[in-house]
Design a protein around this ligand. Structure first.
Ligand code: HEM
Length: 394
């Protein structure tokens, strides 16, 4: 592998690890907001417990995931300075807006939501989680604006050897963006729904306490996955329109891109059929059908896999271009990089991100295993403390 391939592989591996966190954040945020809305409207303790339990899982994933994003930004400066020189004036703006949004707005609203339990007025507290969801979606929008610009550099012209933005409207209505954004948001909802579904199936299979809690969660997870699958598949096929227009040979030119696309569609179609014809009827009429629960647990990671394959298809299919038709990946690489440098940073980044992913999984698995009684988010009432102490001692 030469230095260019090493740098590309590093970006692909770190990007994939980062996206595992992102896709779950995008899916869980609206689900927690919906649970909280039901709690605010009905005042029922069951809805409050559900919000706090799944909310804690959301918070764990967000806290670890935000760190993984830093590594991505860092790599632009380290390995791809040619991109900054040539297209930084256009590409840098949406990335900067996204970083400011994710770091400042989203985490501020999330902080208010976490510490606002039993302190903020009911509707203001609810507004915080909806603002978290909104800012997460706005972040996704700006990242997809930046990525779509690489797929089709709309709204910019070359002046003095680099790209300058001439049409902001064209940048944010790029046809490579308009179908891809809902596809990604749908994939997020699908993934979030599957995590809620798989974790609920675990408890129902083990016949732990809280059967009502997890039956309700299982239903919500499957319904979310169903809605997510409709959006994902619909906009997935719609993406072929702009792709055939701007990158007609995308999936024929590179075998890996075609393969990634082929498998993503296969997973998507099989899972969608399963959701529509088996899961939806089962969770409504036979939610305690025990033999189905291990299957639900086993298929939980599949939307994550499909999402990574989707990114592989989108990015590998664009080769050899970094900015399609304008700047090649080879020209974008920072001068003076050596194999040794990239190998060192590769090992470091993948080590850190891999560790974060494992810790994320373990913390989420532990939270799921302990169940709603052990949740700490929003648990500062005396009744909660007793319940929690009991659960932790088990
Ligand atoms: C089942 C039918 C599906 C179809 C027809 C479809 C179609 C596509 C196409 C054409 C692309 C590449 C677009 C480009 O290169 O610009 C893509 C990318 C992608 N897909 Fe899918 N897909 C499907 C299922 C899924 C599923 C199940 C997931 C995840 C749950 C997923 C997640 C992604 C992601 C994250 C990308 C990269 C971003 C994007 O281009 O939107 N896809 N998909």
């Amino acid at each position: 592998m030469d230095v260019l391939d090493l740098a590309r592989t590093q970006f692909a591996v770190t990007g994939s690890l980062h996206f595992l966190f992102v896709v779950l954040t995008l899916g869980l945020a609206p689900l927690v907001a919906i649970m909280h809305t039901r709690h605010a409207m009905t005042g029922r303790p069951a809805h409050e417990r559900m919000t706090r339990f799944w909310g804690q899982i959301y918070v764990i994933n967000y806290a670890l995931g935000i760190v993984t994003g830093l590594v991505m930004e860092f790599q632009f400066g380290m390995s791809w300075s040619g991109l900054s020189h040539y297209a930084g004036d256009v590409f840098g703006a949406p990335l900067a807006i996204e970083t400011l949004g994710a770091f400042f707005l989203e985490s501020t609203f999330l902080g208010l939501w976490i510490f606002g339990w039993h302190r903020l007025p009911r509707w203001l507290h609810l507004a915080c989680i909806w603002l978290v969801t909104l800012t997460a979606y706005v972040s996704a929008f700006w990242i997809m604006v930046a990525n779509s610009f690489l797929q089709n550099p709309a709204g910019a012209v070359e002046r003095g050897g680099h790209l300058v933005l001439t049409d902001f409207g064209a940048l944010v209505t790029n046809p490579m963006l308009t179908m891809a954004l809902p596809h990604v948001l749908g994939a997020g909802l699908w993934t979030g729904g599957f995590v809620v579904m798989g974790a609920s199936a675990y408890h129902l299979f083990r016949r732990t306490a809280d059967r009502e809690f997890f039956t309700g969660s299982l239903r919500l997870g499957v319904v979310a996955a169903f809605v997510g699958s409709l959006v994902t598949v619909g906009f997935g096929y719609a993406q072929f329109g702009p792709v055939s227009l701007f990158q007609p040979d995308k999936f024929n030119g590179t075998p890996l891109a075609g393969l990634g696309l082929g498998f993503m569609i296969l997973i998507g179609q099989l899972l969608q059929a399963l959701i529509m014809f088996v899961l939806l009827p089962t969770v409504y009429w036979l939610p305690r059908w025990r033999w189905a629960h291990p299957i639900l647990m086993l298929i939980t990671p599949l939307p994550f896999l499909a999402a990574i394959l989707g990114w592989l298809a989108r990015e590998v299919g664009r080769q050899p271009w970094l900015v399609h038709g304008r700047l090649t990946v080879a020209d974008a690489m920072s001068p003076g990089l050596t194999k040794g440098m990239i190998t060192l940073s590769f090992v470091g980044f993948v080590g850190v991100l891999g560790l974060l992913a494992v810790v994320d999984y373990l913390l989420i698995a532990r939270t799921v295993r302990r169940g709603p009684a052990a949740v700490t988010l929003g648990a500062d009432g005396p009744a909660d403390s007793t319940e929690r102490a009991h659960a932790l001692s088990l």
